[in-house]
Design a protein around this ligand. Structure first.
Ligand SMILES: Cc1cc2nc3c(=O)[nH]c(=O)nc-3n(C[C@H](O)[C@H](O)[C@H](O)COP(=O)(O)OP(=O)(O)OC[C@H]3O[C@@H](n4cnc5c(N)ncnc54)[C@H](O)[C@@H]3O)c2cc1C
Length: 433
């Protein structure tokens, strides 16, 4: 992995070296294409995250040949759900396409691993290199992109070396935007988030804990704000196995509710209320918490232009059911790489239109159901009733885990698959927002 100063050309320029960008670069390079990734930070670098890898993420990492590299990370077996004095331990369900375990690994370590894997496959990864301006035929605005439903033609970016300040240009036949939740470049090209749809807001910090090597991740579904009211979202404790746990709170904002919620106060309250066996306290804190937004349910668009695709958080690909974004970064990056491979192999720019179709096939209906679910639970009373009911029934919570982690079986019609089919039928005839 290198630094940058001179102009370059490539088949594909990928902006951002997080999960979505590095996965896209890996799959393109693995197929033999000339790909340049620009990443504004230098690896290893921190990224605010819960650091939780579900079976969906593990599958993608295994597919990239990183199964053995993950063995050094903390492996866990399932989710412990806690609310209203009840505790349920739910192992990851069995699935023909996914493993039945996950890992907790800091993004500091994980993102370096995947970026290095992309470089090993042949991608040129330019670290400390920020894309500051897209190379476009004509400037676009959010209004213009929204009106046409297309991003403008983009054939590269002006990039700046963060050490020297020197700028240069990377030109490419195709550009992939993987610049994360803030997606400055995406907004410059005309992407915007549908503000009617739910948004996640989350805060996390590291704590030293005697239970750092617990084999379950833990989520608390009854977190409360300063006034003691239950808030739609959850608190988590994810054991890292290195003496620390990742502790956080996430809130779902829908229909204008909970936008103003003070996540710092919520976090302090959660740390104070967490089971004492975790040993969480201000003294055990490894530093101040940091927060971020989770653009979810494919709320950010447009995602396709004649020569450009957006992936990961830049496309709003986080799962609204559980706030998981790493797996969807890997998956959308891989999907973009497969479409671009076809375009480069001779199909031409028209192949890019297939990206949106395939996104809708994979996630469209599922995310519609998830958005409806988030709208429902953003009503505190309903949220309380749902959680309290669920916590009385292990089969119900196991079913919900399968639905919410997107681990429904394609080959069997169990309880979760039947319940999801019913929810999907309702979402299909709903207003379609
Ligand atoms: C508090 C919190 C907790 C979370 N917990 C989890 C969790 O436990 N599990 C999970 O699956 N998901 C979690 N998520 C979501 C997850 O972090 C994101 O969905 C995921 O990081 C998205 O990957 P990405 O590659 O799209 O974007 P990012 O990971 O944000 O990567 C974008 C990269 O682009 C770089 N970049 C940005 N702009 C430029 C530019 N102009 N030029 C060059 N480089 C640029 C950035 O430096 C960054 O490295 C959490 C999110 C938050 C905020």
């Amino acid at each position: 992995m290198a630094g940058s100063t001179s102009d370059r050309t490539a088949d594909v320029l990928v902006v951002g070296g997080g999960p979505a960008g590095s996965s896209c670069a890996f799959w393109l390079a693995d197929a033999g294409w000339d790909v340049v990734v620009v990443e504004k930070k230098r690896f290893p670098r921190d990224k605010t995250c819960g650091d939780g890898l579900t079976p969906r993420s593990v599958r993608q990492l295994q597919d990239m040949g990183l199964g053995a590299a993950l063995e050094g990370a903390h492996r866990y077996d399932g989710l412990r759900s806690c609310a209203y004095g009840r505790v349920l331990e739910l192992p990851w369900p069995e699935h023909p396409s996914f493993p039945s375990h996950g890992y907790v690994i800091t993004r500091h370590d994980l993102d370096q691993l995947v970026a290095e894997r992309a470089a090993k496959a042949g991608a040129t990864v330019l670290q400390g290199t920020e894309a500051v301006e897209p190379v476009v035929d004509a400037p676009s605005t959010a209004g213009a992109a929204a009106a046409t439903g297309r991003l403008p033609r983009c054939t590269g970016a002006v990039v700046r070396d963060s050490a020297t300040g020197a700028t240069s240009t990377v030109r490419a036949r195709y550009v992939v935007l993987a610049d994360g939740a803030n997606s400055r470049l995406g907004r410059a090209l005309g992407t915007s988030r549908n503000r009617e749809w739910p948004l996640g807001l989350a805060l996390r910090g590291y704590y030293r804990s005697p239970r750092h090597d617990d084999t379950f991740i833990e989520s608390h579904l009854d977190i409360r704000d300063g006034s003691g009211a239950v808030v739609p979202g959850y608190g988590w404790i994810f054991p890292l196995g290195d003496g620390r746990v990742n502790v956080g709170v996430g809130v779902l904002s829908a229909e204008g509710r909970w936008r103003g919620v003070n996540t710092s106060r919520l976090m302090d309250a959660f740390v104070a209320q967490a089971p004492s066996s975790w040993g969480l306290s201000p003294e055990a804190s490894c530093g101040p918490p940091t927060g971020g937004k989770l653009p979810m349910g494919l709320a950010v668009g447009p995602r396709v232009g004649p020569t450009i695709l957006t992936v990961g958080d830049a496309a709003g690909s986080v799962n609204p059911f559980n706030g998981e974004g790493i797996a969807y970064g890997y998956e959308t990056g891989r999907l973009a790489a497969s479409v671009l491979g076809r375009a480069l192999a001779g199909e031409g720019d028209g192949a890019l239109d297939d990206y949106e179709r395939r996104l809708q096939q994979s996630y469209g209906l599922y995310y519609r159901v998830a958005r409806d679910f988030v709208r429902l639970i953003s009503h505190p009373r309903l949220m309380q009733v749902c959680v309290a009911t669920g916590m009385r029934s292990r089969p119900l919570m196991a079913m919900l885990l399968r639905i919410m982690a997107n681990l429904l079986r394609p080959d069997e019609m169990g309880m979760a698959e039947s319940a999801y089919a019913a929810l999907a039928a309702v979402a299909r005839v709903g207003p379609g927002t």
